[in-house]
Design a protein around this ligand. Structure first.
Ligand SMILES: Cc1cc2nc3c(=O)[nH]c(=O)nc-3n(C[C@H](O)[C@H](O)[C@H](O)COP(=O)(O)OP(=O)(O)OC[C@H]3O[C@@H](n4cnc5c(N)ncnc54)[C@H](O)[C@@H]3O)c2cc1C
Length: 380
């Protein structure tokens, strides 16, 4: 393994850091309070190439590698995890899914716009009765010859109210079980497709999470992704890469909280000295740094596996499991180091602590990551 970052990697990391500090920081508290989606910032991230980081330039993407992707995700997440999840879903779940498994026509029609940020995409797998158990799809897509008719409900959909393109997983043939599931491209505005109210969330409040309703939505056959019955495999393959993005998001929340805690500990005085001079605080900082570095290695390993063409199902699950735990634990420590100030919005760490929790839940809970990891260990 060689994670030696190239000049190009350092440049892209610095560009993301710069953007996060100059553009995302301003207004992050207000967006969290009001649950407002950063429309203008999404356009700017598109202009910087962040909405199609790994997409081939011939489809409007930036043509970068997975290492660049995690560097960008970490920097954005240090400041605003709501903005970074928009990037992660658009890149890993929507663009990657279309570029890897879509037809040339689908790529020309949708990917070219998604990769530049002209369009935003959503990935619709979860349902009220199908979360961790994604095989229990109740949404149906009935084959009517030249089109499918989709009926059902999807919930918790990130970018749900703001997307132009929705990748929707649905059951076509129940008798075939998960081999009877398909993935479809649904466009905003298709008849019978309704966007439900926005969820009022604990964290990542600037991201846009909705329930979606499909009532006899007619989707042309050319909007199916892959062969008939490929939908479940499509979802699992895309989620595997998605976990690298969420692991990098968790890493960014942890490292962002650590950086704030370190700075605060060198400024705040108690008992006549800066609090970093109290060993209890200094040891917290040491523990935080070690845990974050360990998480960084797992995240980089998963991205490296992807870049090398290795199977990354296990390494992405390991990276997400560990980095999300580190994000949760270390953001709590960052609040503790801030004392009372950690409990109010202006110091940012309370938001990071709230944002950290979702990284242990979406794109497969921590328990599901352990199932993925243990199965791959036992299978050998
Ligand atoms: C803010 C937010 C954004 C989201 N964005 C999207 C999105 O864009 N697209 C999308 O499709 N989904 C999205 N989700 C859904 C998310 O992926 C699911 O919430 C998650 O997969 C868990 O499913 P569930 O909520 O139904 O929980 P459940 O599956 O009901 O799980 C409840 C608990 O039981 C545990 N559990 C379940 N099965 C097992 C098992 N076999 N062994 C051990 N423990 C188990 C779980 O780990 C969890 O602790 C989002 C969710 C949230 C909250």
């Amino acid at each position: 393994m060689d994670f030696g970052l190239t000049e190009e990697h350092l440049m892209i990391r610095d560009a993301a850091r710069d953007f996060a500090r100059t553009e995302l920081l301003d207004g992050v508290i207000e967006r969290d309070e009001k649950q407002s989606f950063p429309d203008e910032l999404v356009k700017k991230m598109g202009d910087l190439g962040f909405m199609g980081i790994m997409v081939d330039p011939k489809y409007g993407g930036s043509g970068m590698d997975a290492i660049s992707y995690v560097l960008i995700m970490e920097e954005l997440s240090k400041i605003d995890a709501s903005a970074s999840v928009i990037v992660s879903v658009n890149n890993s779940l929507v663009c990657y899914g279309l570029e890897s498994y879509g037809t040339e026509e689908q790529k020309q029609k949708y990917l070219t716009k998604l990769a530049t940020g002209e369009f935003v995409g959503a990935f619709c797998l979860s349902e009220p009765e199908a979360g961790s158990d994604a095989t229990s799809q109740a949404t149906t897509a009935i084959d009517k010859g030249d089109h499918y008719v989709i009926n059902g409900t999807k919930n918790w959909i990130t970018n749900g109210g703001r997307s132009d393109v929705y990748l929707v997983i649905a059951q076509t043939d129940r008798e075939k079980g998960h081999r009877g599931i398909n993935a479809f491209i649904v466009e905003k505005g298709m008849e019978g497709f309704e966007i439900g109210p926005k969820e009022d969330k604990l964290g990542i409040r600037g991201s846009d999470t909705h329930t979606l309703q499909f009532n006899d939505v007619k989707v042309p056959k050319e909007n199916r992704i892959g062969e008939d019955g490929f939908g479940f495999k499509f979802a699992m393959k895309t989620l595997s890469g998605g976990r690298i993005g969420i692991a990098a998001q968790a890493l960014g929340i942890a490292s962002g909280a650590y950086e704030l805690a370190l700075k605060y500990s060198k400024e705040r005085k108690a008992f006549g000295t800066e609090i970093c001079n109290h060993q209890a605080i200094a040891f917290k900082l040491a523990d935080m740094f070690v845990e974050i570095e360990a998480a960084r290695h797992l995240v980089m390993k998963a991205a490296w596996d992807k870049d090398q063409g290795n199977n990354y199902d296990q390494s992405s699950a390991m990276a997400k499991l560990y980095a999300s735990k580190v994000a949760m634990e270390q953001s709590v420590e960052a609040v503790q180091i801030h004392g009372g100030n950690g409990f109010v919005k202006e110091y940012h760490v309370e938001r990071m602590m709230r944002d950290a929790k979702i990284t242990q839940i979406y794109e497969g809970t921590s328990e599901i990551q352990k199932i993925v990891i243990s199965r791959s260990l036992i299978k050998g």
